[in-house]
Design a protein around this ligand. Structure first.
Ligand code: AMP
Length: 551
């Protein structure tokens, strides 16, 4: 398949703001794609070379990419810098340069690039390591760029730098796959939640769609975590279930751990592998007999729970890992067992999974099983709630003891009850320069919820309330994801999810959604959440109704 077929669609998708059209364009492309190339096309459409869960990286630095661009064109260093500054990304810069500057060495037989050839070259770049690898990686890129059109060069460079932003985010690829192969979107999403590999799921949708529903979980392959709805109070659990299973709710990051003999893989909730940043946990887990998958929460912990911010410095760290193991000790609370010695347990009731968990995990200094009770008694639950808060945890999870594990699904089988004033997870859609000493910083944000049609609906605008160095970092980040600029205001890709505190919710004609938050302020940036996981207008309404009842 020609790379040009892919980049043409990429340009068309970038050029339209209609979601329907974007999905139609991509589904048409997927329908025409041969099955062995389909996974590659899906990864590339996601701006990646490998499936989401893979820890493999291209590791080709900026200076190598710049050197490769200079090797195939007559561009000077100054012109390259000027082109970069114009767009803020190397991909767009290379497109401009290719349009303006003649290439030095045009191949004699100028066969057009194919997707397969380009993909194989990118995989090769990722796998080369050791002495001389930088030179060899650069040589491969030069080979690719030599054969590329301006748009293809942009596509390749953006894939390498991880800057493939073209307005095709979230679940649009799933929608396109569903449309291309006439597969129900829910079925497709379920399969994706279990396998975390969009390329594999697309291929199955094309070749054997009837098997999608029965895909089983796999050791070493992250599945998306089951999610909880918000409970108003402890009694809600008893209303919903005869007896409820109460667990401490820890305020950290969700992890799933896969252990297969000597091999240990630790994944975040977005299926990114973070094992190398947590060597002390890997070492402990290696000691446990059995092959298993467990679901857990990690928190910074030194005698008591510490601030969540510490975790950001620990997870995904690649350098000075040992130093940070000492500086920011962590604790892992395991609360579920999803797979044991060859058998998936996701269709086993929680209460039985919990029983078996006790037989597998032997607590260590840094690994514990989450505290839990099963009870009908409100008094017992209240004591446990208070105990959780006294110990510095976040509240309680209330779970149906008979619930099965549904990957990636937010439902009422699991409920969460926090002590704190309400917060909402919202996405930043507009950013503006501030005033006074923040005149050069993008410090005022507009936040959106998900409306009933699945669109983003603004609900509040606020000065972000972050610390200055953070605002500076965010200013750079937002400039990189800006879609449009109007004076001092930027419309940005909805990438940054924030947990927002507020005074109360008001009915308001200011926003299309009909509600506005009073006194909104950011509690923290939720890098662990994607735009698909933000709160909905229904949740806003629910809080609004509750507010009315209690006022
Ligand atoms: P929230 O992030 O506020 O939506 O709350 C749900 C999150 O709480 C889950 O995704 C987990 O990361 C976390 N959590 C903490 N303790 C538990 C627990 N015992 N069971 C399930 N999730 C937990």
């Amino acid at each position: 398949m020609l790379l040009q077929d892919l980049t043409e669609v990429y340009e068309q998708v970038r050029g339209t703001s209609s979601k329907l059209e974007k999905v139609a364009l991509v589904s048409e492309l997927l329908r025409k794609t041969p099955s062995e190339t389909l996974p590659l096309v899906c990864y590339l459409l996601r701006g990646r070379v490998f499936p989401e869960y893979s820890a493999q990286e291209l590791r080709l630095g900026w200076s190598s990419i710049r050197a490769a661009i200079r090797a195939v064109t007559t561009v000077t260093n100054e012109d390259l810098t000027a082109a970069y500054n114009k767009f803020g990304d190397l991909g767009s810069a290379v497109e401009l340069i290719f349009e303006e500057k003649p290439k030095i060495s045009i191949s004699f037989v100028s066969e057009p690039l194919t997707v397969e050839e380009c993909y194989t070259a990118l995989v090769k770049i990722a796998t080369l390591s050791g002495k001389d690898s930088v030179r060899r990686k650069k040589a491969i890129l030069i080979g690719l760029l030599n054969k590329s059109s301006p748009v293809e060069a942009k596509f390749i460079v953006k894939t390498i730098t991880g800057e493939m932003r073209y307005g095709f985010k979230g679940g649009l690829l799933e929608e396109a796959i569903g449309q291309a192969f006439s597969v129900d979107l829910e079925v497709l999403r379920k399969a994706y939640m279990v396998r975390s590999d969009i390329g594999e799921v697309a291929r199955i949708a094309q070749e054997q769609p009837e098997t999608l529903l029965s895909l089983s979980i796999m050791l070493g392959r992250p599945l998306r975590p089951m999610l909880a709805e918000t409970a108003d109070n402890l009694e809600e659990g008893f209303k919903r279930f005869d007896k409820a299973l109460f667990e401490f709710k820890y305020d950290g990051a969700r992890l799933s751990i896969h252990k297969d003999n000597e091999e240990v893989h630790i994944f975040t909730r977005e299926a990114a592998e973070v094992s190398t940043s947590l060597p002390e946990l890997v070492a402990d887990i290696k000691q446990i007999p059995h092959s298993f998958i467990v679901d857990c929460e990690i928190i910074p912990f030194e005698h008591s729970p510490k601030a969540f911010q510490g975790l950001i410095k620990r997870l995904r760290r690649k350098h000075r890992v040992a130093e940070f193991v000492r500086k920011i000790p962590v604790k892992l609370y395991v609360f579920d067992l999803l797979y044991l010695d060859g058998t998936s347990l996701i269709d086993t009731p929680l209460i039985n999974r919990r029983e078996r968990l006790k037989t597998v995990i032997q607590p260590t200094e840094q690994i514990e099983i989450a505290r839990c009770i099963v009870t009908k008694s409100g008094a017992e639950a209240r004591i446990m709630f208070q105990e959780s808060l006294d110990l510095g945890f976040e509240g309680l999870m209330i779970k149906n003891p008979h619930s099965l594990y549904t990957p990636g699904k937010r439902g009422f089988e699991w409920l969460k009850l926090k002590s704190e004033a309400e917060t909402l997870d919202l996405v930043v859609v507009v950013v503006e320069y501030g005033h006074g000493k923040r005149a050069n910083l993008l410090s005022d944000y507009t936040f959106a919820v998900r409306d009933r049609e699945g669109n983003l609906a603004p609900i509040a605008k606020a000065y972000c309330g972050l610390k200055d160095p953070e605002i500076e970092e965010m200013t750079q980040y937002f400039k990189g994801i800006a879609r449009e600029q109007h004076g001092r205001t930027f419309l940005v890709e909805p990438n940054v999810v924030v947990e927002v505190k507020f005074g109360e919710i008001q009915k308001s004609s200011l926003y299309d959604g009909g509600y506005a938050l009073r006194f909104p302020r950011i509690k923290r940036i939720r890098w662990d959440l994607s735009v698909d996981e933000i709160d909905s207008i229904e949740t806003v309404e629910k809080i609004f109704q509750r507010q009315k009842r209690s006022s």
